[in-house]
Design a protein around this ligand. Structure first.
Ligand code: 3EB
Length: 334
């Protein structure tokens, strides 16, 4: 399998901790994304976005990606990027009030063009956030319009979705633009499927004219670590939402899907393990009253070692109450 030499770091920090990391790891911060209340802090000098979601347990959460190797900043091509020798972090924000289809298409095309020109042509993981995700726009849900634009961008740039779809998630915010941030690499990752679920890009047309272009997970090998990017995972079996209206059951089904994806990754590479430590989750909760029930299930499943951040967000199917994304680090030098 291809190797990414530089080890990556991921932490979910509060404002003070982030400030400390900015100083301690100057020149080694790939990017930072803030979730929570409107920032009253100084905008950092790395690619950065603020995303307007409710944080359920803390004030603000900073998702911070760091690199053992020093990073190079490059904002050509209209996207804020940093890179080391092997991976590139990028972040962009575009207006998403209307014409979401076109906005998504343009944004994705500019991502593809930028990563190709910079020589990091393989998307590993992409995060998408935009407001009113479940709202109707001229007869089609905004999430479905987003899917059309994303799909068309893969076609426009001659990328086969089955081969190139990254791990991803798409969540609804309280306001603001369409924010996209991503990790891309010089070497392709390995897409991982979930035998319990259809590939999203093969969903029936009843979920929209174009399926969502993402893979259930993406495996990337580094010298020191193996990384597994787990896409937003929810209570979906085959292509159907299960347990409509039942948050406990949805949380349990989501855990079964997370385990199935991790198991699949382990088949692809036996050096991968899922012993709770080294796992970070972001858990999206549609209705904050469901937090205790969801937290209970996640803690039962993954123990208290796993780093879990809880965010209030709209999920891309209106009948989904919970979604969990993850990053697993499995050290392979032990
Ligand atoms: C699903 O499995 C649930 O549109 O990028 C999960 C992860 C979901 C990513 C995306 C959507 C996306 O279809 C929704």
């Amino acid at each position: 399998m291809n190797r990414v030499r530089a080890a990556l770091g991921l932490d979910y920090l509060d404002a003070q901790q982030f400030e400390a990391v900015r100083l301690a790891k100057k020149g080694h911060v790939l990017g930072a994304i803030a979730f929570g209340s409107r920032p009253d802090y100084e905008v950092p000098d790395c690619p950065f976005a603020w995303i307007d979601l409710l944080t359920l347990e803390r004030d603000a959460v900073f998702e911070v990606w760091t690199s053992e190797q020093p990073v190079v900043r490059d904002d050509s091509y209209g996207i804020a990027t940093t890179r080391n020798e092997d991976v590139l972090f990028g972040c962009l924000q575009v207006d998403a009030e209307t014409h979401l289809e076109q906005s998504a298409h343009r944004a994705y095309c500019s991502v593809f063009d930028a990563i190709d020109r910079l020589g990091y042509g393989h998307l590993l993981r992409v995060w998408h956030y935009f407001p009113r995700i479940n709202a109707d726009a001229d007869g089609l849900e905004r999430y479905r319009r987003f899917n059309v634009g994303r799909h068309e961008a893969f076609l426009s740039r001659h990328r086969k979705i089955e081969e190139h779809a990254p791990a991803a998630c798409a969540l609804g915010t309280r306001g603001g633009p369409l924010t996209i941030y991503f990790l891309a690499a010089r070497q392709a990752g390995q897409p991982v499927s979930n035998p319990r679920q259809w590939a999203p890009y093969r969903y029936p047309e009843s979920y929209g004219p174009r399926g969502p272009a993402f893979s259930r997970a993406m495996l990337a090998q580094t010298d020191a670590d193996m990384l597994l990017f787990i896409s937003g995972t929810a209570s979906i079996v085959d292509h159907r939402t299960l347990h409509s209206g039942n948050v406990e059951e949805q949380a349990s089904e989501t855990v079964r899907n997370l385990r199935a994806v991790v198991e699949q990754a382990r088949l692809a590479d036996p050096r991968f393990s899922d012993d709770g430590a080294g796992v970070s989750f972001k858990t999206y909760v549609r209705d904050s009253r469901h937090l205790p029930a969801i937290r209970k299930r996640v803690a039962e499943a993954f123990g208290h070692d796993a780093a879990v951040v809880y965010l209030g967000a709209d999920i891309c199917r209106s009948d989904l109450l919970v979604e969990v994304e993850g990053v697993c680090f499995a050290r392979t030098d032990a």
